[in-house]
Design a protein around this ligand. Structure first.
Ligand SMILES: [Zn+2]
Length: 266
């Protein structure tokens, strides 16, 4: 069960874009006119909140056609198998994170959280850099952004209210927690993930993004913007100035961690 303090009311962010996640893990939905695309499912134990959110936004669960996953950690893919069973939707995951999802590698981060990942699955579509998938009026472009995990994927697509169109960018994984020395050593992961991460952030910086989406609420200030939206600002989530500084901050954050580790080992 989800703790009461982790619940967050679903939000129609702009036009055909919705937030239906929980405070610990974001889930976004796009209504393409010919079906729904779900981005990340959150944990398995909070999937019922996502389903409730879909209905509360006036959408239908049976319309889910694709489940895009930003990376292979339990807080993003935990509910994917159950959601696929319920809807018949296709699960799309970065090819490099396949073994995170199917359980061949114990890398779902569940253990770190005192959980176990039992709802393992084989993804239907293994995404590679530059892949595009179209449903209805929406084309999702996947950009490989390894670092947080080897298969982390960022997603770009247009959002519209029928009059105006904005470019949304969903960041695939910004947490540096999985690139600290202790974690890399514990799970036998390569240190090159750190260099991959820096390259990925520079790669993301080439994208123009009007609506910055994160896979955790604090990344893109989902909560405070929901308040602005409620107060009548329909553009609460539209801000073309947020994306690039955030990517550069991710690099600084990683470098600061590496500097701390070096200081400790000297
Ligand atoms: Zn993660």
């Amino acid at each position: 069960m989800v703790q009461k303090q982790d619940l967050f009311p679903p939000v129609n962010m702009f036009g055909n874009l919705y937030f239906v996640g929980t405070k610990p893990a974001s889930t976004h939905v796009v209504d393409t006119g010919e079906g729904l695309i779900v981005f990340d499912t959150g944990y398995q134990h909070s999937l019922y909140v996502v389903i409730d959110g879909i209905y509360r936004m006036g959408l239908k669960l049976a319309d889910v056609r694709y489940i895009f996953l930003t990376h292979g950690h339990i807080d993003h893919l935990g509910g994917a198998r159950a959601l696929r069973d319920l809807t018949g939707a296709k699960i799309c995951l970065g090819a490099e994170d396949r073994q995170y999802a199917n359980g061949e590698l114990d890398l779902s981060y569940a253990k770190e959280l005192g959980m176990s990942f039992k709802e393992t699955f084989e993804p239907d579509i293994l995404l590679k850099d530059g892949d595009e998938i179209t449903l209805g009026n929406t084309t999702v472009r996947a950009v490989a952004t390894p670092g947080h995990t080897p298969g982390a994927m960022s997603f770009f697509f247009d959002v519209t209210d029928g009059k105006e169109t904005f470019r949304a960018g969903l960041h695939g994984g910004m947490g540096i927690n999985t690139m600290c020395k202790a974690f890399l050593d514990k799970y036998n992961l390569p240190y090159s993930l750190r260099e991959d991460f820096v390259k990925s952030m520079h790669r993301l910086n080439e994208e123009k993004v009007d609506i910055f989406l994160g896979n955790h609420m604090q990344h893109n200030k989902t909560e405070s913007k929901a308040k602005l939206l409620q107060e009548g600002n329909k553009y609460a989530y539209v801000d073309a100035t947020e994306w690039q500084p955030y990517n550069l901050w991710c690099i600084e954050n990683l470098n600061a961690m590496i500097a701390r580790e070096n200081a400790e080992s000297n």
